[in-house]
Design a protein around this ligand. Structure first.
Ligand SMILES: C[S@@+](CC[C@H](N)C(=O)[O-])C[C@H]1O[C@@H](n2cnc3c(N)ncnc32)[C@H](O)[C@@H]1O
Length: 297
């Protein structure tokens, strides 16, 4: 298993297609550099020229690199990789993407009311849904909340679309691309009723810690998109990352801990066990939930 424990896909069927996720030639080069070297490269002062778009594997499905030249050179919390898409997942991507999918192209602001077909529906963003089983369960249990589920993992996008259709879940939308661009470029202030980050890649090696999603800069951005009173809910089975999360969340002026003792929260009933959580538990890891509330401005 890769060290950032990217989702495994059961797709080993001979008919499975292999697709690159958000991987471009320039990124492949970048990925071969040591991470420290990349960190030292300043962002370009002017936007990079438009990159050649690769032909999409699913013409009406998720784009391979939806934000294209809007990506600046910066460290990302996910690793571009090739992954296998089963026939069923590919079929769902072709058929259901136009209805429930959204490419994070960073080009325009999103009207979440329009996206979900209900201007009054509270919407939470889930970053990194993996294969989407937990997302589908949460959506089924709470049809009064819209879940904008974001990941770069193509098989998971197909899987979640299938689950949404099979279970008649009209309150899920699947966003393809980097959640940072979604938050920064496409969501308006206070757009979200909450934010969920379950078992983000732990990036266990010290030199990779800068890739972790939960950092002060991320929290400052997230705070502008979560409405006052909205919940930021994180969970991890990686103890050192849990400690980092608690430290940076506690230090954030924008969030307050819902726990009177200032510590971890019990797993709330609305969060089902996730696939990665199961793998962590099998290894004897202890799971921590963190439930913080966006302070009033
Ligand atoms: C370790 S998996 C956890 C999946 C799922 N939450 C679970 O518990 O089974 C983390 C996921 O986050 C996704 N991810 C990481 N950074 C992301 C980002 N900036 N935008 C979108 N997805 C991201 C990865 O692609 C990966 O699928």
């Amino acid at each position: 298993m890769p060290e950032n424990h990217a989702p495994t896909t059961e797709a080993t069927a001979p008919e499975a297609l292999e697709v690159p996720e958000a991987l471009e030639a320039s990124e492949a080069l970048e990925a071969s550099e040591p991470l420290e070297a990349r960190a030292a490269v300043p962002a370009p002062a002017v936007p990079a020229p438009a990159r050649a778009r690769r032909e999409p594997m699913f013409p009406d499905g998720p784009a391979p690199d939806p934000a294209g030249s809007h990506h600046e050179r910066r460290i990302r919390s996910f690793q571009p990789r090739r992954s296998r898409v089963t026939t069923g997942q590919g079929e769902a991507l072709r058929r259901l993407w136009p209805k429930w999918g959204l490419d994070i192209d960073g080009l325009s602001k999103l009207d979440l009311g329009e996206l979900f077909g209900d201007p009054r529906l509270p919407v939470v963003l889930e970053i990194g849904f993996g294969m989407g089983e937990a997302t589908a369960k949460m959506a089924a249990a709470d049809p009064g909340t819209g879940i904008l589920a974001c990941d770069v993992h193509t098989p998971g996008q197909g899987n979640l679309l299938n689950l949404a259709e099979q279970n008649g879940l009209d309150n899920v939308r699947v966003a393809n691309g980097d959640a940072i661009i979604l938050l920064r470029e496409m969501l308006v202030p206070d757009a979200l009723a909450g934010l969920r980050v379950y078992f983000p890649d732990p990036w266990p090696k010290k030199r990779h810690h800068k890739r972790r999603l939960i950092q002060p800069e991320f929290l400052a951005l997230a705070a502008t998109r979560i409405a006052p009173g909205g919940l930021l809910h994180c969970a991890t089975d990686w103890e050192p990352y849990a400690e980092q999360m608690l430290e940076v969340l506690t230090a954030s002026p924008d969030f307050e801990n819902t726990q009177p003792d200032g510590g971890y929260a019990p797993r709330p009933e609305f969060r089902p066990l996730t696939r990665f959580e199961g793998q962590g538990l099998d290894k004897g890891h202890v799971v921590h939930d963190l439930l913080f509330r966006r302070r009033a401005a």
